[in-house]
Structures are given as C-alpha cells and as structure tokens.
Design a protein around this ligand. Structure first.
Ligand code: PLP
Length: 440
C-alpha cells in the first residue's frame, strides 16, 4: 500500500503528519516549564521551578468528608452531566469568595470552568482573530501566552516595576500599536501577586490602568489566582471591583483549595457571559459535576477562610526563608519582595543567561524557571522565577545555596574569560525587576 501523498510531501523523520497541522499550532511548543517538570521531579533536585500549591496543608479528612457526603446525598447528580454554566449553588458561593476582594456581582454572570486555564482558553477563542494584539505584562504567565499564541495573537508586553504595570508604558504602547494600525483585543493582567514577577499593582495605578483601557476601548482580562494568599496586608481591591463592564475576572479554587479539582470561574458582563457558556458547552459540555459539588460541600461545611489563613502562614514562612537565603548567599543580586502569592523574580548580574545556565543548575540539583519562558519576544535572559510555594523551608535554603554555587561559578568563568570588569550586579546598577528594554 502506498503512503498518503501529504506524508511524503511534508512529513519529517519525527512526525509524518508535520505538514498537516493547522497553522495555529505553530505556537504550541512545549514550554520551558513543562520540560522542566520532568527533570525537576527527581527527588534529589530542589525544584524552585513549578507553581504547585502545598496541598498537604489541607485538612484531608474535611475533603474526604465532603466527597463522601456528596456521594451519599447527591450521588446520581454528581455522576451526571450538568449545566454548561456550572452548578448554581457553587456560582453563588464564588460570590462570597470574590466579596473578600471587594467584588460584587451576580451568580448569573458567573461561568464555572475547568480551572481558570480553561477560562483563558474560552476567552481567547471568543476574542482573538489571527494577527490581533494581546497586551500583557512583561513578564507574563507562560501558559496564558501559549493559548494566546495558539489563536495566532501577537503578544505585546508592557513594562512593569515594583508597583506592577506602568501606566505610562501602557499608554505609549497603545499609541504605538494604534499608529501601526494594529487591532488590540484585550489587556491580560495579573494585578495581584503576579506570576512570575511577584509584584502587585498599586492602588493608585489600578484606576489609572482601567481609565486607559476605557479611553481606548480595550477589554481587561483580570486573572487573579493568588489574591487571597496575602502574607500580612490585604492587597488593593480587584480591578473588577472598580469596573464592571470593561473587565472579565477569572478566579480559581486551585491555589486556595486544590488544583486537582480543576474548578475555576469567570465573572463576565452579560453578553460575554452568554458567549462563554456557549463556548464552554461546545468545548466540554459541562464542567465536572462531581468536582463542583465537592467544592460546594467543602465551602459549606469547612471553615475555608481559616484554611486560607493556614495557607498564608505556610507561604509567608517559605517566602521569608527564600528571601533570607538570597540575602545570605547572593547578597549582590536583586529580587522582588512579594507580599503574597508564590513567586520571586530574580535579576542576574549582567552577562549571565538564566536559560543557558539551567543545565548546570540541574547538575547542582536545583531547578528554576528561566525568565525567557515568560516573554513572548525572547526577553528575560537575565531573570529567573523562583517559586517558594512547594518545597519545605529547609529545602528552599539548600536550593538557594546550590543556586548561589552555580551563579558564582558562572561569574568566575565569565570573569576569567571575559576579564573586562564589565560584570556589574543588578544591585550596583540600581535596577530592580528589570522591565524589558524594548517594550514592543
Ligand atoms: C496566573 C495564572 N493563571 C491561571 C493559572 C491556571 O490555574 P488553574 O489551575 O485554575 O487552571 C495559573 C496557574 O498557575 C496562574 O498562575
């Protein structure tokens, strides 16, 4: 039997269907984070790479109780298909969760999704045509950018500093793109405890950013998985609490409860909500009835706010351990100081490349995520994301000590071979979160 023509014409040694994929799959390359998970999962490696919540801090019996109660009392409903919008009671309960961040809304405007990742996918499907521009902080959440690119969007970064997205940079970027005739579809932002930068958009900037978006008819997609995981002070209220019509808000139970349930939600203005439901039905028929009912039961019977407090304590201790280890082992470098969430953004001395250095780090038994993973334009070589959410404090210290060995070794090499004395630490240059030099 002869081979199909297209296989001979456009296949390659690794994938005979290479030429058959849709053009939009060009952006679906395995992310650096994904490749890392395989390496970093070896037990001897201290992984500061992944963003896995420390689910062992959950009261296992309460989760088990919620599951058995659901099966006892609502088994046939839990095991059945449900509504494409999600379980009504759970949608109402998300309002209590969002109220903690100043958001008021109606359960009829909430759509339950399979994690907020799925909401990102549905939203992108609704709004992105090939060639559209999506604005995102530089750096930004890697797997959101993978989705945007899979819909053939052009991701344009807007610079940040320790107070989050810089309004002036946003204004300039919009003006430049408009002058180039580009169509800006939305601003994707993680204003609170940013992934990966670890910074939070200041209160003053929140209304300014919304004002700029309003003036330019740009929809805002607010992604907020970490907002309730503050260490001491509550962060400023969510963007959605300040503006309803121009903001689609994404929440999730992944970081405050557990990602294994795969339950998140979108709160959207009516018309968008309607389209999100249709897209949800088309994609998956309905979110998992079982997961939704278990979470709903858990929220009913457990002191979930106290549980979130426990998580806060766990992550605060880990963050403090990481920062004190950085101060001890890498005193000349700079890093962000998150007031909540999971991540620290580290800036390396000039001349070092976090991506090139990674294999040596893994050899030293420590893993991190290179900054390049978080830029659509190849920037970020001088940065890395360090996650403090998962490893125990003792491991975090060991990990940072190993990282220092790698960085100092690289510096020695560079000094030996370059010998130019041009090695200045980021601290010496007075730079902090290293916004990309080229914002386009
Ligand atoms: C900023 C951001 N958005 C979305 C997600 C996806 O979360 P979920 O588990 O709800 O799909 C993550 C997960 O790490 C994240 O950091």
């Amino acid at each position: 039997m002869s081979e199909p023509v297209h296989r001979q014409a456009s296949g390659n040694n690794l994938d005979p269907w290479y030429g058959a994929y849709a053009a939009r799959t060009a952006g679906l390359a395995a992310s650096e984070v994904r490749a890392l998970f395989a390496v970093a999962s070896r037990p001897e490696v201290v992984s500061l790479a992944g963003g896995m919540p420390f689910v062992s801090a959950l009261p296992e019996d309460l989760v088990t109780d919620a599951m058995s109660r659901v099966m006892r009392e609502q088994g046939p409903v839990a095991l059945q298909y449900g509504s494409g919008q999600g379980v009504e009671k759970l949608r109402e309960q998300t309002l209590d969760v969002m109220a903690l961040e100043g958001i008021q809304g109606s359960a009829s405007d909430v759509v339950i999704t399979t994690g907020s990742q799925h909401a990102l996918e549905l939203f992108s499907k609704l709004f992105i045509d090939p060639g559209d521009v999506v604005l995102a902080e530089g750096p930004s959440y890697v797997t959101a950018m993978v989705i945007f690119k899979s819909y053939q969007a052009e991701v344009n970064h807007v610079a940040m500093d320790d107070d989050g997205l810089i309004p002036e940079a946003l204004r300039e970027q919009i003006a430049r793109l408009k002058a180039d005739g580009k169509k800006i579809k939305f601003l994707y932002t993680i204003p609170t405890f940013h992934n990966p930068a670890g910074v939070t958009l200041s209160e003053a900037r929140r209304s300014e950013i919304l004002q700029i978006a309003r003036e330019n008819d740009i929809l805002v997609l607010e992604d907020n998985p970490y907002g309730l995981l503050y260490f001491d002070q509550k962060p400023p209220a969510a963007l959605r609490s300040l503006e309803q019509d121009g903001v689609v808000y994404l929440g999730t139970f992944s970081k405050t409860l557990a990602p294994g349930f795969r339950v998140g939600w979108a709160l959207a203005p009516h018309a968008i909500r309607e389209k999100l439901i249709l897209a949800n039905e088309a994609a998956i028929l309905c979110p998992s009835s079982f997961s939704q009912l278990v979470i709903s039961q858990y929220l009913d019977q457990a002191d979930w706010k106290a549980q979130i407090n426990t998580f806060r304590g766990v992550y605060k201790e880990r963050k403090e351990t990481m920062l004190s280890a950085l101060g001890e082992y890498l005193p000349d470098l700079t890093w962000t100081n998150p007031t909540g969430g999971f991540y620290v953004w580290l800036t390396l001395p000039e001349g070092l490349d976090s991506k090139a250095m990674l294999p040596r780090a893994v050899k030293e038994l420590v893993a991190y995520t290179p900054g390049t993973a978080f830029f659509a334009d190849g920037d970020g070589h001088q940065n890395m994301r360090l996650s403090f959410c998962y490893p125990a404090p003792e491991s975090i210290r060991v990990g940072i000590r190993r990282l220092a060995t790698v960085i100092n070794g690289e510096l020695d090499l560079l000094n030996t071979f370059a010998g130019t004395g041009r090695l200045t630490s980021s601290k010496a240059r007075g730079k902090f979160t290293a916004p990309p030099p080229n914002m386009s």
